[in-house]
Design a protein around this ligand. Structure first.
Ligand code: ADP
Ligand code: MG
Length: 601
């Protein structure tokens, strides 16, 4: 038996094109060939179960081996094998049509992203091999072993094969520019990456490299917490144990299984180090799930396995794909439900974990309406004294004391409790609650809270004098008259050497300090936002601080009654202290101030 033929093609140079465009992702050939071997085993398993194959299937196994001397890499399986006719049909015609379609579609486009996910199948072998042989024996009674050979041109030959047992060897004669695929470590690394959870035993270097039944395919009822934690650690060696997880199992209207973990991290950068892994029928596809998962879900870890995510199309069409949309909205819902359940079941425990999920929940609420709708009931606000409130509970709690004269409820917050300590303690001394908004998204989150809650405003503790911010008591009669107030301002203006600090006098309550340096909430937010978005439109805006001098403070009276030089010198000290407490005394000014104070010791 010997036969040669030519693979019917329109283009002579299909292989160079495959090679060129798939280059950035050429390692996927191994995934494709091992998947085919897995399919071959599964097919025989099915045939055996329906009685079409009556023999003994034995243990199914795929063996990957390297022959450095002959520069070959072989993938062998004991699956159903192929007859000569089947090679003709599946390899020469069917498989090739996939490759041909690929070339027709992409020969003019050098978009490596698209191509990396094109299910090119068998012919992807030519990305790394200069010659490929298929040595196969079908399980069918009386079948003859066959050997198919092709050197990457459109010519192939079929001769008698040498296999005596059912199954297939795919022998790759590795091309000169791909010799690293003859390195054990390389193959071992690729098998671990792509084939770790395939359902048929895969042997390499004498070891089985896969788990045939990955955890996500087990029933949640059969699993213990330890199992989930252990699995997490196989996915991400050395990572800290996760906080909790969601076991996904959907079979309608699409198929999806998986486990999503909430990692124990408190920064996005840390969370992004480990990625959600996407599988299709247990074959690793990618951990670049951008455009498949909404960005906030990418802060989670774990695996998603779905044959319904089309992997062989471009990413831009993935985003608009109906299945992908359904899948992401399902996952979003599951995640929100899980958080709601944890919050309800054990609030103390939930509060203890809040630090680690704060970023995730807020990110989700800011980016997904549906998630926000549920999230508003389990999103926690933490105060500087360590209390946790839901958004609604918090608003209710502060309403009596923290409402201004226009009826706005003022949510006071700090974005740095240490630096803004004097302002925080001033607020606390009046029994105002101050929220800790120290996370990277909290700036945006203040905007969200204001937008979603009528008559609620967020103000940083130093946004204005507390008295004016929250007009709970009508201010008392001023201790100083108008002329005296003007004099007070002029004393401070003389003492001031900072162009960005302006003064005004106001009758605040006596308990408010003599001077409070404040910064407009609006200006500061604009500046911070534009900085975050990388524009500098407001970043270059001159800083401006308003200093409110309290004409009801006992020291104010003393100051204006003092001799002017003396008064200016006292004002300077007071101003220095106020600046110091706001962190405005920096560099040269700070050094000079400290030196002067030292000398007085
Ligand atoms: P796909 O796997 O999507 O069908 P491929 O190009 O990967 O496309 O493979 C084409 C066909 O070649 C397979 O459908 C199968 O019939 C046949 N084939 C490939 N590898 C094997 C194998 N190891 N054993 C038996 N048949 C195989
Ligand atoms: Mg295939």
């Amino acid at each position: 038996m010997s036969k040669t033929g030519s693979i019917s093609v329109n283009t002579e140079n299909i292989f160079p094109i495959i090679k060129k465009f798939l280059y950035s992702d050429h390692e996927i050939f191994l995934r494709e060939l091992v998947s085919n071997a897995t399919d071959a085993c599964n097919k025989l398993k099915t045939l055996s179960s329906i009685g079409e194959f009556k023999g003994d299937t034995g243990e199914f196994k795929i063996t990957v081996s390297i022959d450095k001397e002959n520069k070959t890499l072989t993938i062998s399986d004991n699956g159903l094998g192929m007859t000569e006719e089947e090679i003709e049909k599946y390899i020469n015609q069917l498989a090739f049509s996939g490759a041909e379609e690929f070339v027709q579609k992409y020969k003019d486009k050098a978009d490596a992203n698209v191509i990396g996910h094109f299910g090119l199948g068998f012919y992807s072998a030519f990305m790394v091999a200069s010659k490929v042989q298929i040595n196969t024996l079908s399980f069918k009674e009386g079948a003859q072993p066959a050997l198919w050979e092709c050197d990457g041109s459109t010519q192939f030959s079929i001769t008698a094969g040498s296999r005596t047992e059912r199954g297939t060897d795919i022998i790759l004669h590795i091309a000169e520019d791909s010799l690293d695929f003859l390195e054990n470590y390389k193959i071992s690394q690729l098998l671990t990456k792509y084939c770790k959870f395939l359902p048929v035993a895969i042997e390499f270097d004498g070891k089985i490299i896969n788990e045939e039944k990955p955890l996500w395919l087990s029933k949640p009822a059969d699993l213990k917490d330890e199992d989930y934690v252990k699995f997490y650690q196989t996915l991400y060696p050395f990572a800290e144990a996760p906080l909790f997880w969601i076991h996904l199992n959907v079979d309608f209207p699409f198929n999806l299984t998986g486990i999503l973990y909430f990692p124990k991290v408190d920064s996005a950068i840390e969370a992004e180090k480990h990625k959600v892994q996407l599988y299709s029928n247990q074959v690793f596809v990618t951990d670049n799930v951008k455009d498949i998962l909404p960005e906030f879900l990418m802060l989670l870890h774990g695996v998603i396995d779905s044959p319904d995510i089309p992997l062989n199309v471009s990413r831009s069409s993935l985003q608009s794909d109906g299945n992908v949309k359904k899948i992401t909205s399902h996952i979003t819902k599951k995640v929100a439900d899980k958080l709601a359940e944890l919050f309800k079941q054990n609030r103390t425990d939930y509060e203890a974990k809040w630090q680690n999920i704060d970023l995730f929940v807020k990110y989700g609420m800011l980016s997904d309406e549906k998630f926000a709708e549920k999230g508003k009931d389990f999103c926690l606000l933490e105060t500087t004294d360590g209390q946790y409130f839901t958004i609604n509970d918090f608003i209710e709690a502060i309403k009596p004391l923290q409402t201004d004269k226009d009826g706005n409820t003022i949510m006071l917050y700090t974005n740095h409790a240490e630096i803004q300590h004097s302002y925080v303690s001033a607020a606390n001394s009046r029994d105002y609650k101050v929220l800790k908004f120290e996370g990277p998204l909290d700036n945006h989150f203040t905007g969200y809270l204001e937008q979603k809650n009528e008559k609620v405003q967020c103000k940083r503790v130093d946004a204005d004098a507390l008295d004016r911010l929250i007009a709970v008591e009508t201010t008392t009669v001023a201790l100083l008259n108008e002329d005296e107030s003007k004099k007070l301002v002029s004393i401070f203006e003389k003492a001031n050497h900072n162009t960005d600090i302006k003064f005004s006098a106001e009758a605040l309550t006596p308990q408010e300090s003599l001077l409070t340096i404040t910064e407009s909430e609006y200006d500061r937010r604009m500046r911070e936002m534009s900085k975050m978005n990388g524009f500098n439109m407001f970043g270059n805006m001159p800083l401006s601080y308003q200093t409110v001098l309290n004409t009801n403070h006992p020291k104010a009276k003393l100051l204006i009654e003092n001799e002017e030089n003396e008064a200016v010198s006292i004002a300077q000290k007071a101003l220095n202290l106020a600046m110091l407490s706001k962190g405005l005394l920096k560099g040269e000014k700070l050094t000079a101030y400290i030196q002067a104070e030292m000398e007085k010791l």
